[in-house]
Write a protein that binds this ligand. Structure first.
Ligand code: IFM
Length: 448
């Protein structure tokens, strides 16, 4: 039987993504300030095996070679993030020209190679100096973000035409300030709520600044989204799923499109929301050109309020294909998420700004890295993207996470997400079989 060929639209954007702290290293070089992740990873017990991003993939020194690898992969686009403390070491006031220069040279080279840069302004490496005044929980950080946005979009806006203000503000706010598994490692729900609000405010105030400095740019924001499915038809599980959807998805989606914070969540948080000021909700619903979605898995919601015995029989069984992150492989959730963004929220364009999987990779005796599980993961998710495009959903591009293995936050270097294998002892890069497959997909503009 002939295999089905999933052909993508002509202008579909094929890319890969990284983030500054996860790959750059050079943590204290050339005038860079300390970030909250430098501080967090240098604190014993915070990151698995005591790993830090001090050297990471040494991309700060090897960026030119890494760009050549991107070309070899035939990437059409590269999503990178800027390290805020490399640009403004103290978070505000006093630009570090060496930092600007680093990114400026990289952008020039990307354009020379015909690789379109997509810049994320904030992928979690807040300058520590701003954390010292309260971090995202403090409203004063919002102005500092706008100042930073102005500095970097002014420097690069003539050449960079795709901007993402924030990466996964839910993670910044709730994993950083409520669960404490990420920097700054706090465990305070009120701080987390305030942080989420200030992040969205910072986004809203930055969009017009980018538009002013970068005429004709596409500006958007990236959220981590996942379907929240009740484990059973019991009322308790359904309530739990609705709550989880409000907590992770709607808390960010609704204000972005001008619906305000979801009322069911506000009912829970009302007493803690004094940080919302008149006009804030208008600011954060500034129109965007696109929404970015980072999709990895779904969540099956089960209420803890009732016992296993009392609960209705489980109707949703977690699939048995699980990644190293303990995340279920559930490609259809990507289709559902894309559909929701278009049909329920009406975003004019959508990019999958991250999708990928961590699996154990080994370099074989022949020096090759064969990673069929990752290849299959990416292929099946791309099929769902194709399905969405066919359904009329305006999905404009797909960025694999990640270009190369890197520092996976609290897990250090123990989880590998890369298309390119990195030997952290030697910094040798090796294309995995998924990378070779991805190159072929890019070249054919199709998946089969
Ligand atoms: O590595 C992270 C990335 O920084 C943000 N999105 C999820 C990825 C995998 O956990």
């Amino acid at each position: 039987m002939d295999k089905k060929l999933f052909q993508f639209p002509k202008d579909f954007v094929w890319g890969a993504a990284t983030a500054s702290y996860q790959i750059e290293g050079g943590w204290n070089e050339d005038g860079k300030g300390e970030s909250i992740w430098d501080r967090f990873s240098h604190t014993p017990g915070k990151v698995q095996d005591g790993d830090t991003g001090d050297a990471a993939c040494d991309h700060y020194h090897r960026w030119a070679d890494d760009l050549n690898l991107m070309k070899e992969l035939d990437l059409k686009a590269y999503r990178l993030s800027i390290s805020w403390p490399r640009i403004l070491p103290a978070g505000r006031g006093g630009v570090n020209e060496t930092g600007i220069d680093f990114y400026s040279r990289m952008i020039d080279r990307l354009l020379e190679l015909n690789i379109e840069p997509y810049i994320t302004l904030y992928h979690w490496d807040l300058p520590q100096k701003l954390q010292d005044e309260g971090g995202w929980a403090s409203r004063s950080v919002v102005d500092a973000f706008v100042e930073y946005t102005d500095a970097i979009s002014n420097a690069l806006g003539d050449r960079v035409k795709n901007w993402i203000t924030l990466n996964e503000p839910w993670v910044s706010a709730f994993i950083g300030y409520r669960e404490g598994r990420h920097a700054p490692g706090h465990t305070d729900m009120h701080e987390a709520l305030a942080a989420s609000h200030h992040l969205l405010l910072a986004h809203g105030l930055s969009v017009p600044v980018i538009r002013r400095n970068s005429p004709n740019a596409n500006v958007g924001i990236t959220l981590n989204l996942s379907p929240q499915v009740p484990a059973s038809p019991s009322v308790a599980d359904r309530v739990q799923a609705t709550w989880a959807d409000g907590y992770i998805n709607r808390w960010f989606l609704d204000p972005l499109v001008g619906r305000g914070y979801p009322q069911d969540m506000v009912n829970d948080y009302r007493d803690e929301m004094e940080f919302v000021k008149t006009g804030d909700m208008d600011v954060m619903s500034v129109p965007v050109d696109f929404i970015g979605v980072n999709y990895y898995t779904r969540n099956i919601a089960r209420s803890e309020k009732i016992s296993e015995a009392e609960n209705a029989p489980c109707t949703v069984i977690r699939g048995d294909e699980i990644t190293e992150m303990d995340w279920e492989v559930y490609p259809e959730g990507l289709y559902k998420t894309l559909g929701r963004l278009y049909f329920d929220y009406d975003f004019p364009a959508i990019y999958v700004t991250e999708n990928g999987a961590a699996f154990v990779d080994e370099v074989g005796a022949d020096g090759e890295v064969d990673d069929p599980a990752r290849l299959s993961y990416i292929k099946r998710h791309l099929e769902q993207v194709h399905r969405a495009v066919e359904a009329g959903i305006p999905v404009k591009g797909y960025f694999a996470w990640s270009l190369m293995d890197n520092f996976e936050w609290g897990f250090g270097y123990s989880k590998r997400f890369g298309l390119i294998h990195v030997n952290y002892e030697t910094q040798k890069r090796t294309f995995k079989s998924s990378a070779k497959w991805y190159r072929q997909a890019i070249q054919r503009n199709a998946v089969d």
